[in-house]
Design a protein around this ligand. Structure first.
Ligand SMILES: NC(=O)c1ccc[n+]([C@@H]2O[C@H](COP(=O)([O-])OP(=O)(O)OC[C@H]3O[C@@H](n4cnc5c(N)ncnc54)[C@H](O)[C@@H]3O)[C@@H](O)[C@H]2O)c1
Length: 387
């Protein structure tokens, strides 16, 4: 039951007499529906407005969720709004986030944090200067599947991580997304679009990445949209669509990532971590649950592990609630700007390494976010079902 998800997070944290954080959502496209649905269930938040450069979209979502629709300028001018949830397309993330910060509001961006690394840095600097918070998707790593994996690694079930693999192979989004052009613009592509799920999962479990190299190509110069309403339109491809990266974690573990919009089918796992005492198979990091399997040293088969944590269902917005709690009570929040900036830095470094044909040292680093509390009840009835 997705509509009770964030209510549950609030009740686990205990009742509060503190005022809910007033939220404005900017960007009323495809992904805004699940955010608006989930955010409205949280007692820590009050969603008061939604805006879009396309006012029709703002009115449509506003009507659907009973939220006032307004222009971006009106939303930013509303002094009662403390937190902007920025669900615009990637190339607008930085501009909208900086405008929110300049208006004195904390901001939670959809991924990636920004397209350009320098813009990501400006967002963090501006927030620091103003004493505001920055958060960023994905928050799937806070869900039941990846938190179970985090606990297994922290508890030593696979020993010291030696290596990891991450595979996201697909034929692209033009067959289903109503407005897929941005996936082929600079700042789109499989690495910037899907890489944040895989890299955030790995960094949250294995810690920061110190050095990378990579190779990249764009196989098709144009893509043809086969979804409604832009069926038949051709989109120019401006970014690599098949990217392979090698990543050396600060701990010395070595990871491999392939992200692709150029592959019709593959038989590869989503994510695996290989340790000195065993191997861990992780669920799809684009979801909050999925099978978690361990194969211990000398074992002849894999064993599925029951999920230990809460939030198996589509809990997009969990990171926003965690951030709202940090705004009211202080302390760190998990889906943080620092984590997202490090992931952005790693993605840029892989593409730069591919262009320049060399290894690149990753300048940024981050702390592993705190694990979610183990006592979170499972709010879904069947957390083992593969999504
Ligand atoms: N669609 C998904 O399944 C999905 C899943 C996870 C994350 N995301 C991420 O969510 C973000 C949005 O994706 P989407 O699929 O909803 O895209 P979308 O194109 O459906 O919606 C984006 C909306 O942002 C608006 N917008 C663009 N620039 C703006 C600006 N400067 N100011 C105000 N509004 C602006 C557009 O008019 C549009 O309504 C992207 O960063 C994407 O990576 C999407």
């Amino acid at each position: 039951m997705a509509n009770s998800v964030l209510a549950q997070y609030c009740s686990e944290r205990g009742e509060t007499t503190l005022e809910p954080v007033r939220v404005g959502v900017i960007g009323c496209g495809n992904i805004s529906g699940i955010y608006l649905r989930n955010l409205q269930t949280s007692s820590r938040l009050e969603v008061v407005a939604c805006a879009d450069i396309d006012m029709e979209r703002a009115y449509a979502r506003g009507n659907e969720f009973g939220v006032a629709a307004c222009t971006v300028e009106e939303l930013l001018a509303d002094e009662s709004i403390e937190l902007v949830v920025n669900l615009t397309v990637p190339k607008a993330h930085a501009e909208v986030a900086l405008a929110a910060l300049e208006a004195g509001k904390s901001v939670y961006n959809e991924k990636p944090l920004a397209v350009e690394l320098a813009d990501g840095a400006r967002i963090l600097e501006e927030a620091e200067r103003r004493g505001l918070l920055v958060g960023c998707a994905p928050d799937t790593f806070l869900g039941a599947g990846l938190q179970t994996c985090r606990k297994l690694v922290d508890d030593g079930w696979i020993g010291e991580p030696v290596g990891a693999t991450a595979f996201m192979m697909s034929p692209g989004h033009e067959g289903w997304h109503p407005n897929p052009a941005f996936y082929y613009e600079v700042g789109g592509g499989p690495l910037f679009d899907m890489g944040p799920y895989y890299l955030t999962a790995l960094v949250s479990i294995m810690g920061p990445i110190a050095r990378v190299t990579g190779s990249a190509r764009a196989t098709f110069p144009f893509r043809t949209i086969t979804s409604a309403p832009r069926y038949g339109e051709r989109v120019k491809v401006e970014t690599p669509t098949h990217v392979t990266g090698l990543m050396e974690f600060a701990t010395g573990a070595i990871g491999t990532i392939i992200t692709s919009f150029d592959v019709w089918g593959a038989n590869l796992p989503y994510l695996e971590i290989y340790g000195t005492e065993g191997s861990l198979s992780l669920p799809d990091p684009n979801h909050f649950k999925g099978p978690v399997r361990v194969r211990r040293a000398h074992a002849s088969e894999w064993h599925e592990i029951p999920l230990t944590h809460g939030y198996p269902e589509n809990s997009r917005g969990l990171g926003v609630v965690d951030m709202a709690i940090a705004l009211r009570e202080g302390g760190a929040h998990r889906a943080s700007g620092q984590l997202a900036y490090h992931v952005l830095d790693v993605m840029h470094a892989i593409l730069r390494a591919a262009e320049e044909g060399r290894h690149i040292t990753v300048d940024s680093t981050c702390e592993r976010p705190e694990p979610m509390p183990i006592h979170s009840p499972r709010s879904g009835s069947e957390p083992w079902i593969r999504v």
